[in-house]
Design a protein around this ligand. Sequence first.
Ligand code: ADP
Ligand code: TRP
Length: 324
Amino acid sequence: MSRILTGIQSSGKPHLGNILGAILPAIQMSAQSGNESFLFIADLHSLTTIKDPAVLQENTRAVAAAWLACGLDTSRVTFYRQSQVAAYHTELTWYLSCLTPYPMLANAHSFKDKSDRLADVNAGLFTYPVLMAADIILYDAHYVPVGKDQKQHLEMTRDMAEAFNRAYGETFVVPEGVIDERIMVIPGIDGQKMSKSYGNYIDIFQPEKELQKVVKKVISDSTPLEAPKDPTNDVTFKLYSLIAPAADVETMRQNYLAGGYGYGHAKQALFEALKTRFAKERELFDYYYHQNPAALEQKLQEGEEKARAIAAQKMNEVRGKLRF
Ligand code: ADP
Ligand code: TRP
């Protein structure tokens, strides 16, 4: 049996792009395979950029609630916060740091990119890949699904696992990255890639009135209501086709081509489709995030207990090798 593990930054409430592009495919994968899955919130990593504890905590809660709302089954997936297993993750980080050549970290693309972009260039940003390697090999993960931007971090992880095995004897599984090359880019309300940083996202978990207001802002051209419209490049139509049943999408396509159907109508249909498609998710998010935060906390603590037991055992083995 293989172990699949991945980490998610606690960067805020996930939006429609995150849900369709990352969360739902990952949940589908964990439901299909007979493998053991680990999914954790990388809140220690987020500390490299977020300093306010209240913000970090809220982000973590929102991310956790969104994954549970989207159907993550905690009886099949070990689901935890990295910070709650921090002793093991950070201890292993130190051992790996002492085996990692300085230039390897200095050459990391993501560090170079961040150090050009961010005002706060802290040591945590620099050693970020070592903590990430520890996150992975601590659980002897075989496969690590990540985005293309994490490819180099996975290569570094393999190097660190191999370096430890060479220095102290076979200890860690050398993991493989599973890089998703499919480019499924969900457009935001302005037609660019939907992203937190562009402020063009649709938050499917917000109250109906606000959701409707955002959907009304989806960009459209000035073709008059009576005139036929081209569905191919229209953002409302694109979003609708991602979430509505195929027959309804076809009906909207015909309406566009026939004319007499305005963008206002299409946006109302999109709003209704979002409510229908995500009814269960909206309800569950509300339950975990607003109504019953204790239930969310409990789910996480159960996962953390399982994660800690596995990590503790591995670290015993590691300390043995180090004669500590
Ligand atoms: P954001 O751009 O909103 O900050 P992140 O970079 O935190 O999003 O991405 C988290 C996950 O969601 C990644 O796996 C990323 O590939 C996916 N994702 C983000 N935006 C989109 C989008 N517009 N379409 C598809 N997937 C996306
Ligand atoms: N660095 C990853 C990202 O920014 C998050 C992450 C931290 C991670 N630790 C991990 C991903 C371990 C996979 C495995 O997306």
